[in-house]
Design a protein around this ligand. Sequence first.
Ligand code: XIL
Length: 382
Amino acid sequence: MRVLKSFLAEIVILLFVATGAAFAGGQTEVKPSPSAPSGPIPSLAALYKPYFPIGAAVGDQLLDQEGPFIASQFDSLVAANDMKWAIIHPVPGNKPADYNFAQADAIVAFAQKHGMLVRGHNFVWHQQVPDWVFEGADGRPLSATKAEVLARLKEHITTLIDHFRGKVYCWDVVNEALSDGDHVWREDSPWYKTAGTSSKGDDGVPDYIIKAYEYARQADPNVKLFYNDYNIESGPKFEHALQLARILKAKGLLDGIGIQGHWQIQSVDPEAVRHAIDSFAALGLQVQITELDLSVYRWGDDSSLSSLPADREALQTKDYGELFKVFREEGAAGKLTGVTFWGVTDADTWLNNFPVGGRTDWPLLFDAKLRPKPAFWAVAKW
Ligand code: XIL
């Protein structure tokens, strides 16, 4: 029986290789192949069509280098950096020359050419936002009044939504506004410091958050508005995110929640993720995994490996397989509407510079040479 099973598994793999065809479901006998077959590989985007779009975070350079591969594996894109304030709107003012749309436009053009969706990321974040946004007339840091900051925010959001109207289907309006500690809000954010008070009737939600969503809704009532954050699938941050989602949804300002999905092998709990997806969906929101990667280092481990040990690779493969089982079930139930990887290969992952600079990590499904890792097969075969 065992021999027959492995023979059948071989046939299935050979079929994949021979036809490059997409097929999904029913392959529970087939274990992820530790040595991925060479040759054409199935398209994740095609395999997951019945469930949700499969996305990747990219830059325009990566598209130049790996365009055909990216177009074959993904049907959704997000700019890893190119729509962030510091890149797209680096200098004060609201004239066309004050914006730098070139790289973001290249990503959007690529997506349109290949029939891919584009997520917008992001308007409000405590990182990659220029100092001038918070400077008052005296030029001192964080000396702007709340009214000045909100006026800049409105201009920025309106300009970006106008520019990408009809091309970007959703925006991460506010990114990472919740605290990791005991506090609810990220109080060291320049947004919180300058525009973080809460108006009467807003349940303690900082004004800059409510305003950002109002400006975005006004600019385009059709584009989908998301709140995006990490570690919001469990613990106090989950409760805080749920509460924020409830408030924004009740105001008619929120359409979806992005669970980033920056996880580490062995520490991600697929059932907690399922529960979080169910809870946000129960509010009438769509839910997406927006920045998926699975580091092979535990959080807080600052050691550095020169190659990927087999046992960690096996754990990663198992975790990816279990996560995508939950994702498929939640997708089939209409609750999960997208899964985006934060990068394409282990060569372009941001985790090669975070949280430890200059060390190698292996968090994605493809290795540095675009070859599918065992984790790919755990996601592609079920
Ligand atoms: C990261 C980019 O990938 C890096 O290139 C950049 O240096 C820092 O930002 N959460 C987010 C993303 O919402 O925007 C971050 O992207 C990763 C963490």
